[in-house]
Design a protein around this ligand. Sequence first.
Ligand SMILES: Nc1ncnc2c1ncn2[C@@H]1O[C@H](COP(=O)(O)OP(=O)(O)OP(=O)(O)O)[C@@H](O)[C@H]1O
Ligand SMILES: [Mg+2]
Length: 589
Amino acid sequence: MSIHILPSYVIKQIAAGQIVERPASVVKELIENSLDAGATRICIDIELGGIKCIRVLDNACGISKSDLKLVLTSYATSKITSLDDLTTINTLGFRGEALASISSVSRITVTSRTAKQNNGWQLYAEKGDVEIINLKPAAHPCGTTVEVIDLFYNTPARKKFLRTARTEFTVIDEIVRQISLAYFKVGISLTHNGQIKRQYHINNKNLTSEKRLSNILGYNFINHAIPINNHKNNIYLNGWFINPNFAYKTSSVQYFYVNHRIVYNRLINNAIRQVVQTIFGVNQPFAYILFLKIDLDQIDINVCPSKKEIRFYQSRLVHDFIYESLITAIYSKNIEKSYFASTKSLINHDNIKEINTYRQYGNHEYAKCHNFLDYEDNKNIPIIPTEISTDLSQSLPTIYKSKFGNILKIISFSFALIEKSNNLMLLSLPVANVILIQQHLQSIKDKLKSQPLLIPSRITLNPLKLQIIKKHFELLLKIGITCNFESNTLIILSVPMILKTKKIQVLIAALLNYFCENDNKILSINNLIQFIVEYLKNDTPSEWKEQQALLLLIELEKYCPNVIESPPASLLQIINIEKILKKLQNENF
Ligand SMILES: Nc1ncnc2c1ncn2[C@@H]1O[C@H](COP(=O)(O)OP(=O)(O)OP(=O)(O)O)[C@@H](O)[C@H]1O
Ligand SMILES: [Mg+2]
């Protein structure tokens, strides 16, 4: 066959394959367009799992008649004008290809009116913009309706992969849920075959974000949620993390949003998984809804056409920030012991879906049931309490019972006053730290694997220093530090677990000093372990906080269980209350 240029609708159909995977992808793109246009109400009507019809109606700014002619053209967008705009993009769409792609694999009608126009305009097309069949005036409130009929009617190969209408609707429902969780200030309703399935109200003054969350996921979810709220420089993380004893019921809820966009990113998953493993152990179920807010120039969202993937310019920083925020929040809930005890009736208010009042498009009642007129009209939707749990002790995660006892206070900057079975004890935190360090280093000796750095650390060194590092290359390898060399740059690839959170540049500088001071000696692995112990000892806090102490004790429990059985005297001293009491009682004034 000779080379020829494909017809433009075939090019579009091929491109559409990446964006329009199934009906839920269409729903996602249409809702995102409505949100970008500033909608506060969006209603979504689905027929036959979206295979027959998807209709999305919004009350946003609308599309003018002249723009309407362009909406189905590939790479036509109002959201960016140049590549540079991508670094400041704060809309969900920007590629100008969603509607073009959808229109190439369906029959599409776009009806819209702007506030400036007296009437709306309607566009009908098949096979994308190639066959715009009609552009005519139409009655429409301010906003836009996009109707997608017979999805994949002209691409049977793709149609074959669709599941049953019921399954396709479940995927749509999930997409709508994910988006609704990130846009509390937008009212969203969803119908299937004429029945209202979801109605997420606008979060007005009387409704807190927790209320909306309960509305979407049920009160059980919020009752077991640990709130997350942290920020560092210009990065903010908030949301909820669910304790594992409840998470098995909600494991499908693992949502991470970056600047209000739900994303998938291995680095984020990795950070969350590490937290769960550190605190609760491997293979524990967990659930979360987390929102990361970060400067737009710190991310790249233009990774794939579906815009679900994201890259961070400072991925290490983001990873560690997420890790630290979750660890701290979960541990501080342990300190605030009353938190779980206060978990009372677990009422599920999630059952608002069966309201069988479907009304036809254009009908006043229809708009009313989709919340287009007034939220107040609809607030009496039945709320059905379905589940009351009484055994609260079952929802306490095991982690909240420290085997050492409860830390009551930090005394003299570095001693933890601990209470256990009516005994009071003093525990030396610096000693506990050294025991832990030694245990970790023992593990290195036993060839436990070192931790690869997410971003290799590059350090420029003069030739003499590079030579020193090269000389000790094998030794460094034995304690888990792996590195590479590139002209005058040292590239650190991995470090032992225990040094993961330390500043690599400072560590290398200290190592270089150590090597220089011992230039005339043949150093062994034990010398290096000793060096690291000293290094870490000097790096411990001079003034401990309760949270740090708790984290340390939990690590100690995990890695040095024998220390709990028989703690050395330098670590733990029981306060002899009886002796003190006796002394007090016998004391004469
Ligand atoms: N509901 C809507 N309200 C107002 N304008 C809309 C709506 N839907 C689409 N548009 C307009 O149509 C344009 C094309 O939409 P389309 O979804 O194809 O591209 P995009 O949103 O710009 O980028 P992407 O392909 O990444 O979604 C948008 O840029 C916007 O100007
Ligand atoms: Mg779009």
